[in-house]
Design a binder for this molecule. Structure first.
Ligand code: PGA
Length: 236
């Protein structure tokens, strides 16, 4: 299975960052990474200006969220179709930062369906809180999220991101990751890529990416600098 190395820029960036694709291409040329997919998910309004440099460097573009409907009176929202028109072929749905703002499994499932209808691949995020892990409920929580957040579609990616590891510098151990990716694999089957996310950086990428049932990474902080994104991709 091809690895997917996905950068989530969150609310970071400016127009000049379109040049980051050229930077990445210099650090890790497309001809040397035909065995993996690289994806950058910038803030939605930066997708279109990045299309040219990203297609030259064979880098995919994705959104960080989408609305469940195609269009309508939803001020401030962006639909999956709009992301697709702008040049995206992936979209992150159900990131824990959005779930914390009230997004439910049902909303995540509807967004993933909308992405599928628009012809882009949803990256469906799941993950437990520290309290849930400490009370021994991590696997039950994540399994329930998976079952309720994934619609009846074939083309999707799952990202397991323990909330306590996001942006904290704390990474789950290879054992923690393996123990969670195994039950996820049982539910989603062999054909679906399962990413790990949460403080992935060059120093821990090799170990994480060689863990069983890990098919790539969803990277926040370390995806803002092309040196670190390239180093992580080289470990895949
Ligand atoms: P992080 O973020 O790599 O900065 O921990 C990961 C994510 O939120 O997707």
């Amino acid at each position: 299975m091809r690895s997917l190395i996905a950068g989530n820029w969150k609310m970071h960036g400016e127009m000049s960052w379109a040049g980051k694709a050229d930077e990445l291409e210099k650090l890790y040329p497309a001809k040397n990474r035909t065995h993996l997919d690289i994806l950058i998910c910038p803030p939605a309004l930066f997708i279109a200006p990045m299309v040219r440099s990203c297609s030259k460097a064979n880098i995919n573009l994705g959104g960080q969220n989408c609305h469940a409907q195609e269009n309508g009176a939803h001020t401030g929202e962006v639909s999956a179709q709009m992301l697709k028109l702008a040049g995206a072929n992936f979209v992150i749905v159900g990131h824990s930062e959005r779930r914390a703002a009230g997004e439910t499994d049902k909303m995540v499932r509807d967004k993933a369906s909308a992405a599928n209808r628009a012809g882009i691949t949803p990256i469906i995020c799941v993950g437990e809180s520290l309290a849930q892990r400490e009370s021994g409920k991590a696997e039950a929580v994540v399994s329930a999220q998976i079952k309720s957040s994934i619609p009846e579609i074939e083309d999707y990616v799952v990202a397991y991101e323990p909330i306590w590891a996001i942006g904290t510098g704390k990474t789950a151990t290879a054992k923690d990751i393996e123990q969670m990716h195994a039950p996820i694999r049982k539910i989603v089957g062999e054909g679906v890529r399962i990413l790990y996310g949460g403080s992935v950086k060059p120093a821990n990428a090799k170990e994480i990416l060689s863990t069983k049932n890990v098919n790539g990474a969803l990277i926040g902080g370390a995806s803002l600098e092309m040196e670190s994104l390239a180093a992580i991709a080289k470990a895949a």
